[in-house]
Design a binder for this molecule. Structure first.
Ligand code: ATP
Length: 323
């Protein structure tokens, strides 16, 4: 069974289409990162999955329950960490979790859940004095009530410092190892790369890419940079390189010549052109696009992965070139 399955899920607000014909398939046991810039439609999708916002058209199931006809069953069988969770400043961490236990009609021991999120020592402390990371862990303990098979986390790392984000990742990973499917929305790519099996990237209400991060990197070959180090830079090399198709932004720093390439097939012509100037190539390195570049490529108008050719093997790898 799929934990989440939507077919042509669509939501319009007046003349704005927040989510357009979304087909989402999240298998059980997966950690799925739901990505996209502000306004891409992530929250609207989550609200439809939880039954808070009715779809304009299309269908969906969560853990086998229809999101429209069985939304109560959906909410009872999953754990949700909302983006904006309110804390009662005067209530202790334990009281917060107990409240969630009572609301859900479950019989969990709050102390066990607080232990699972690393807050056992703070069980008796009032939430008013908690850091953002601690508050988020209380909210996560509340989401874990009833031992849900699916956790839906809306921006679980917003407002966390790197340590807090790492702790949150470790908790998410250990919950996944217990068998829980995790669906989390984020615009922090590093967070996603560190723990997700697969990601879906939303843009303007559409799912524009869906795969493992490695596969997405393979799809997107634009703007990798090649650095060619030579014994001495000959004059005219910059203009010679810039006249090549798919090569731009050529710069020289000492004996290193660097160029942006639209795809890795441009590497050989660049190296040949440099050698034709009479220079002796002593080293070649290539820089792959960062995760942020990847995100921008799928969500900006200026880049489009569809325009890029598939990535090929590097002409010379770093190891080879330094051997
Ligand atoms: N209740 C609403 N009424 C009108 N428009 C809405 C409503 N909710 C969302 N929208 C619009 O739908 C689009 C998608 O918004 P949504 O909040 O789902 O995006 P998001 O990806 O979650 O963004 P963020 O990362 O900022 O939370 C936006 O253009 C937003 O303005």
């Amino acid at each position: 069974m799929r934990a989440i399955h939507t077919k042509s899920l669509t939501r319009e607000f007046g003349n704005i289409t927040a989510v357009k014909s979304l087909d989402l398939k999240v298998p059980e046991g997966e950690i799925y990162g739901f990505l996209g810039p502000n306004g891409a439609g992530k929250s609207t999708t989550i609200n439809m999955l939880l039954g808070f916002t009715p779809p304009s058209s299309g269908t969906g199931t969560v853990l086998g329950h229809d999101i429209e006809d069985e939304s109560l069953a959906v909410r009872q069988s999953i754990g949700v960490l909302p983006e904006d969770f309110g804390m009662y400043e005067r209530l202790t961490a334990r009281k917060h979790v107990q409240f969630a236990v009572d609301t859900k009609g479950a019989n969990d021991d709050p102390d066990v859940l607080l232990e699972r999120v690393g807050l056992a020592d703070a069980a008796d402390r009032k939430a008013g004095g908690f850091s953002t990371g601690m508050k988020q862990r209380v909210a996560l303990a509340m989401a874990l009530v009833g031992d849900p098979d699916l956790l839906v986390l809306d921006e679980p790392s917003s407002g966390l410092d790197p340590n807090g984000a790492r702790e949150m990742r470790e908790i998410i990973r250990s919950e996944n190892e217990r068998g829980t499917t995790v669906f989390f929305s984020s615009h922090i790519m590093e967070q996603v790369e560190a723990i997700c099996d697969r990601v879906g990237i939303m843009r303007d209400g559409r799912l524009v890419a869906e795969d493992t991060i490695d596969a997405l990197k393979d799809q997107f070959a634009a703007d990798s940079r090649l650095k060619v180090t030579v014994d001495a830079v000959e004059s005219g090399v910059v203009s010679a390189l810039e006249s090549l198709e798919g090569v731009s932004d050529v710069s020289v720093d000492g004996t290193a010549i660097s160029a942006a390439l639209t795809d890795s097939r441009r590497k050989a012509p660049v190296i040949n052109t440099v050698e034709e100037t009479g220079a002796v190539v002593t080293d070649i390195t290539s820089e792959e696009p960062s995760l942020e570049d990847l995100f921008a490529a799928f969500t900006n108008d200026t880049h489009s992965p569809a325009d890029s050719a598939p990535r090929e093997q590097a002409v010379v790898t770093e190891e080879e070139s330094s051997a």
